[in-house]
Design a protein around this ligand. Sequence first.
Ligand code: AIR
Length: 203
Amino acid sequence: MKDENTFSSSFILSFHPFLEREYMVMDYLVGIIVGSDSDLPLIQETAIVLDELGIPFEITIGSAHRAPDLVAEYASKASERGIKVIIAAAGGAAHLPGVIASKTCLPVIGVPVDNSPLNGVDSLYSIVQMPGGVPVAAMAIGRAGARNAGIFAAQILALLDDSIAQRLLDFRRKNAESVANKAKKLSEIGLAKYIEENRKKDA
Ligand code: AIR
């Protein structure tokens, strides 16, 4: 097993920073990389969904513009470290997923971060308009995209892993149950009360 020191110093985090669960470096199946630490609150959505689906992941910070060499090294070595899917999130001129895709044959999922004056439309265009030959799977802007990136990574991994496939089916079932429960509650308490209760929950 390679240890972290065979990689650029301090570039790989060996723990799950949000949920404080430890994973072995070679156990990681998904590599998450964000363009700035300011993207971490959004990408936490991805971390939470991957954790819910029982998929070990690493998370780190790079920048296609501020630290291009680190990003290139991360991308070119990810596969040999056992990573199967890379999720890259960036805002503004979000070239991170595309640059990573240019340095690896692993599937790359791009998440447009909605923190710019253009609210992530710039990031979406940067991610979605890849030239033919170097694909990136572009997710929706912001929170939905961050969540879907985790689910989409799991769907790729599930092709060769029955236990992940089963967890995805359970996840879908829970989603459907949650919608059905909401519909039931709405029919029981009515529109005004439902909205009022939701408002209280969000406050
Ligand atoms: N970014 C950083 N390097 C290249 C890009 N596109 C993005 C980050 C973040 C935004 O710039 O992904 O969303 C602002 O970064 P910061 O560090 O100024 O908060």
